[in-house]
Design a protein around this ligand. Sequence first.
Ligand code: B3K
Ligand code: ZN
Length: 855
Amino acid sequence: PPVIRREDYRAPDWLVPDISLDFTLDTDRTIVTARLSVTRNGAHDRPLLLDGEALELLSVSVDGVPLPRDQWPQGDAPLSIPLPGATHNIETIVAISPARNSQLMGLYASGGLLCTQCEAEGFRRITYFPDRPDVLSRYSVRMEADKALYPVLLSNGDPVESGAGDNGRHWARWNDPFPKPCYLFALVAGDLACNADSFTTMSGRQVKLGIWVRESDLPRTQHAMKALKDSMGWDERVYGREYDLDVFNIVAVADFNFGAMENKGLNIFNSRYILVDPETATDLDFDAVEGVVAHEYFHNWSGNRVTCRDWFQLSLKEGFTVYRDQCFSADMGSEAVKRIEDVRTLRAAQFPEDAGPLAHPIRPESYMEISNFYTATIYNKGAEIIRMMATLLGHERFRRGTDLYFSTHDGEAATCEDFVKAMEDGGGIYLAQFRLWYSQAGTPRVAAVLSHDAESQSATLTLSQSVPDTPGQVNKAPMVLPLRTALFDRQSGKRIEERLLVLDGAEQSFMFEGVRAAPMLSINRGFSAPVIVDMHRSPDELAFLAASDDDPFARYEAMQLLMLGALTEAIAGGEADNGAVIDAVRTALSNPALDDAFIAEAVRLPGEAYVGDQMALVDPDAIHVAREALMGEIGRALLPLWREVHARTARDAFSLAGADKGARKLRTVALGYIVASGAEDGPALAYAQYEGAHNMTERQGALAVLASIDCAERSQALADFYARYAGDALVLDKWFQTQALAFHPDTVEIVAQLGKHPDFTLSNPNRVRAVYGAFGANQWAFHSADGAGYALMADLILALDPVNPQTAARMVPPLGRHRRFAEPRAGRMRAALEQILAQSGLSKDVTEQVSKSLA
Ligand code: B3K
Ligand code: ZN
């Protein structure tokens, strides 16, 4: 496939200030008439180029004159029209088939609905158009459909007119006054019920809010509605951003490639990020709904009002919007726990990406298929880059920067450079070197050495940084790393000083005065920079920080390091000091000053994949054995305490209050330790939690614990769960996912069977992710030494590619980590990749991911 390069960007030759779209909707054959007013952009004599894909062209005319057929494009080639004047009117009529659109890009059918997904390049599957984000148009949309099948007709902007037609058909017209790129176009037609509400903006305007779902799902939309209203208020308070249309609609659909989509005034959501209630959704699901609703809403400013010039700038809207939704969720719940969760996600998804063959900077230089760049790097590392600017600037100056960014670029398609410039001009800071974060890939490593001089009563912290080589990038320059750092007195345990150190050279020393005795170091507090810190700290020191550091993230981090130390030692065959870990866990469990949610985070062992990331070469079996052993030991050593915690965290009734959510989280962690201890009543206790649960958090938590052990209760609970929730796709996803994530010795075989289950389908991305996405994240099972896991994944990718290439390509990265594993695994992973690449007719999505993974 051809490679698109950032340096090749050229402003569009033709602009399209206005477009009117007319849809005659039908699931098998929809007719789309598009009328474009086009204007020449600058002095040139190049033709108008309109992208199109999988379109059946029925007619095209220029200023009312039909274009001769010999000038029509072949296949998916663009429609090229030479034009003499400065402005022209183009009309095209095409036919498309929503029912046969299994890629879920463009206009497609999902559970009786017709809906769209256009980002990044799906609009070209609806009509001929310059499908690039820097062409902004005012849209006027008319839809006509069978009234019985599609009683509700929605599009962007405001509804303007509707009426009845012949033969049981009806129509509606919508106008969007805000010029927008075509990736923000949306349309929905279907039999939908509405949770209607309203919001009064800060200037006193009434906005009609609607969440549209199947009638039977209405009771599950309350949390999303609350999240929407909370987000609208938060963006006014924190960023001064007010909503700008009279209506804001959200539609939930079952088949969706991504989480959700921020189409102007008409967000379309994967139903899993809208539909929650305590019986069918976990607390994590509730939090995800809140976070994704906020994320899409926040895009109205960071993404829609100010959009991206080209797709290389994707992190401009995604990194910033993730940062915004992270801060929102922190404000709505526990800031400390939210930060821990976000860092865990970054380390689980982004650090491995940055260390592997698919590493790319947050502003990539090239791509074959842009869909492959909706990555943890663009999103989550992108958010960390914004967070660092906010840290360097402080709250007020950061706000001045964002105000300037929004006011300068409102209505424009902007670049990452525009954002950084606004931070400089508005915030009064010089970010020249900081810009390296946009161009250099790889996770920087910081080595820290702390020394103390008794005579001068000073401590010196020497920091050095290195940025690893990544594909196409070697010998990188030092970056700007804001490291929140504190020193603690060893005797009193008191904090001596906290400072924001900015490491911007290869090596620098920082002096602390008035330090009487050799202090303890707490560094990268709050995870102020997305880096890996290497330094030696004794188990004693870590135990102190785990118990007493006044930065909650640093406390969590010290605990993780303590546990990692014990695990690494055991994996290397040494005698680990598990006593220190056990003491630290006991201390955390018995500290009345800590809330349950934080305790649950602190006492959980690092995941197997994260342990693997610390090793030169990953040994999945040794990691699994060591981690299970440590978990068993902690379980046994503190068994009475775990039982007490498990009993103490039981609740008679359900509530979403933070304390109750924390209790539920800790309860299942405690259950895991009790079962790991080998206590005879472990499985029965787990089954009792499973059966007695009045909410999905505890029920699925118990199911997950049971899924990893061989016992009668395991099959009993799985069978019960399946029967209990038959017909509820979102809950059934949990049934699939829990088994694919389990530490059962037969997981590979179980996953193979799940892939043949009657409820498994390649046409629903949630289901594919529940089985194979989860399986790829299950290090021990996926990397089974015989290569059976790799073969299973390769077969899935090959089967899925012709159906849904975007989702197929997302399954490739776990196979690409072969450099991290020894033989025979490494060779077997490469063999699986080669087997995929040998397939003829492979999509460019999968081709790009596989060929880069093999390079
Ligand atoms: N902007 C969408 C991305 C969907 C594109 C999928 N290829 C979701 C989001 O980040 O809000
Ligand atoms: Zn987004």
